[in-house]
Design a protein around this ligand. Sequence first.
Ligand code: UDP
Ligand code: MG
Length: 308
Amino acid sequence: MFSLIIPVYNEEGLIDEMALRSVKAIESFTDHYEILFINDGSTDSTLHKLIEVRKRFSRIKIVDLSRNFGHQAAFTAGLEAAMGNYVAMMDGDLQDPPELLSEMYHKIKNEGFDIVSGKRTGRKGKRLRITTNLFHAFFKKVSGIGDMENSGNFSMMNRAAVNALVQMKESIRYLPGLRTFIGFHQGFVEYVREDRLEGEPKMTLGKLIVLGADAIFSFSKFPIKVCLYLGTLGTIVFMCAGIYVLIAKIFGFAIIGWSSTVLSIYFLGSIQLIFLGVVGEYVYRIYKESQNRPIYLVKKFYDAEPEK
Ligand code: UDP
Ligand code: MG
């Protein structure tokens, strides 16, 4: 059995095309499959569209979440509901071409890979090309969990890898990082990421920044290290300055200056504020994890045969 997971948030204009192309792509390599649409609290007619399209394609199931939990949570809901021995994750805006699924499937089945991710060799969207590439390079440098090879959520896994991934219970999650973290034999297929077929990106800039911060904070000590290095550097600089001031005092060429005083107060004050912010960020994350709330809540699971 093969499962395809697609999170959708206000994608009413794309559901029909999504379903059609996915069904066609999957049926080129297997007839035994399910497509799990995760409705991430859409406020438009997405759910209605999904229920309609299910009448045409009975292998479509819908996991209707109780509100918008974000697309990492939506993918997680899909991973936990998926029944396949092979499971794929794909964005719901056709930026990831469903036609690539068959290549991924064959790589896993015939070439001994456990995980195959889409590696983006280019993108057509106007949005955030440079920043995303920079982020991936930076993340590779600071995370120490191996190379994500410029891949996002688009990927396919076998059952063993999915079981490993759903064991990661942290509530602040970054799936491409977790997928790299779990190990296994990982392969890639290359593709050019299309522009989204319709509508505006649902990952707003704010959501993307939060996702990036989640990735850095949960996979690296980089923020702590920066504090430590800057703190150490500051201490050394001010020790030297202190010695200079003492010498100046002893030999009597000290001038009564306020600029140096004021500057050092500003400098130390602002560094301390930044460090407090970083510490706060960790405290917040510890707090979040200790609450141990569910990552998502399901309102309804449409998995039975739809009535025609
Ligand atoms: N999405 C979601 N919940 C959200 C935001 C986005 O389920 O809160 C879905 C969205 O419908 C799309 C996928 O996640 O299918 C990727 O979103 P988007 O295209 O906006 O992100 P980007 O292409 O910028 O990564
Ligand atoms: Mg997109």
